[in-house]
Design a protein around this ligand. Structure first.
Ligand code: PMT
Length: 208
């Protein structure tokens, strides 16, 4: 077997609460990230899975850390990296924005005026250093161009780009079609695969 790695995988959405009963989020189910965690553990690597709120069973042999918000996810990932992780594989759909204020009590309709002030969340993948990094790019247009830009900006060794508007791809599906873009500019277009088969392919990439 290839060298045993300590792998951190992020998965699922984050939730950014407006008040105790309302939040901003996205349709990520965690399927892609859980498949990566499962494939990495099956290949003999030590896997920490940092998961947003999802309804999936933890894969065998995987240590799971549950989080809610983007800031929780960043703190959990930073802890794993500080503890000596080798590779971070970021499949999570992290909310880029959060409400400027989180009300402690449920807001009454009369207390809302139809506007919501937002502030930027940290970019986990960009912030974290000292670990090999693999990112995903969820795109709806200019897939390759955006993937190349994110790969550079976030200093990634590999980015897995998926067009989330394509049938059988992206959020909630059991399959995905991805284009791999390596740091050296190599582009590999993969066919439609199950998320587990794609995950196995990504794990092989980090073993090189
Ligand atoms: O969970 P599923 O239902 O199986 O759906 C899978 C998926 C569509 C979520 C997955 O295949 C996918 O594309 N994940 C990346 C989603 C995303 O947020 O992409 P992005 O292009 O906005 O972000 C680029 C990269 O930066 C990603 O690796 C993301 O995890 C990371 N990021 C983004 C924003 C942020 N604040 N911090 C981050 O670390």
């Amino acid at each position: 077997m290839a060298q045993k790695l300590k792998v951190v995988v992020t998965a699922g959405p984050t939730r950014e609460f407006v008040d105790p009963v309302r939040f901003l989020s996205n349709p990520s189910t965690g399927k892609m990230g859980f498949a990566v965690a499962r494939a990495a553990a099956a290949a003999g690597h030590a896997v920490a899975l940092v998961a947003g709120p999802v309804a999936l069973k933890t894969p065998k042999g995987v240590r799971r850390v549950d989080v809610v918000s983007a800031r929780d996810m960043l703190a959990a990932v930073a802890r794993e990296v500080a503890a000596g992780a080798d590779v971070l594989i970021a499949t999570a759909a992290v909310a880029d924005w959060r409400p400027k204020r989180r009300a402690r009590q449920k807001l009454k309709k009369g207390e809302m005026d139809g506007t919501l002030a937002l502030v930027r969340n940290p970019d986990i993948l960009k912030t974290v250093r000292g670990v090999r990094k693999v990112g995903f790019a969820a795109e709806t247009r200019n897939v390759l161009k955006e993937a190349v830009r994110k790969c550079r900006e976030k200093d990634l060794e590999l980015i897995v780009a998926n067009d989330v508007t394509e049938k059988g791809c992206g959020f909630g599906t059991d399959t995905n079609r991805a284009t791999l873009v390596r740091r050296d500019g190599t582009v590999v277009r993969l066919p439609l695969l199950t998320k587990l088969a794609l995950a196995r392919r990504i794990v092989r990439e980090i073993e090189i």
